[in-house]
Ligand binder design. Structure first.
Ligand code: CA2
Length: 141
């Protein structure tokens, strides 16, 4: 059975509270339940980690070394700023897929840059929760 780690960055734990037009109405717990259900159907063992702290995200990526077959990452705002997360993904060399709920290419200019994305083999952007399902399916193929 494949072991996949899902990593979510800052403020994703606040989903559903504001900006439903951008991020949808469902909360973070619903996202985690959705990911768990999708993983079960695909026969994937999944762990989900969320943090608001860049260093904790780096620590989690490092700890994944030798433990997981793949990483699905939505670094949230750190997507657009964090060379540390990019370097951590490169350092562990675990196949990684980038997910964003919203279509970052159609928002503010600063959201068009993705550092973490440079270390990812596939990207599912602007598909809402479904992006996580597509990312899990990518690891099955
Ligand atoms: O679209 C995505 O998945 C993002 O990674 C979400 C981040 C944003 O900074 C990225 O540019 C794109 C934001 C995470 C959630 O932020 C909230 C804002 C208001 C209310 C609830 C959550």
């Amino acid at each position: 059975m494949k072991k996949i780690l899902v990593i979510n960055g800052p403020n994703l734990n606040m989903l559903g509270i504001r900006e439903p037009d951008i991020y949808g109405k469902q909360d973070y717990e619903a996202l985690c339940e959705y990911i768990d259900e999708c993983a079960k159907k695909l026969d994937i063992a999944v762990d989900i980690f969320q943090s608001n702290h860049e260093g904790d995200l780096v620590d989690e990526i490092q700890a994944a070394y030798g433990e997981y077959d793949g990483i699905i990452i939505n670094p949230a705002a750190y997507t657009h700023t964090s060379v540390a997360i990019l370097d951590a993904l490169k350092a562990v060399g675990i196949p990684a897929v980038e997910v964003h709920l919203s279509d970052v290419s159609k928002r503010e200019d600063f959201r068009r840059i993705s550092y973490a994305g440079l270390a990812c083999e596939e990207h599912f952007i602007g598909l809402g929760f479904e992006g996580y399902k597509k990312a899990l399916e990518w690891f099955v193929k």
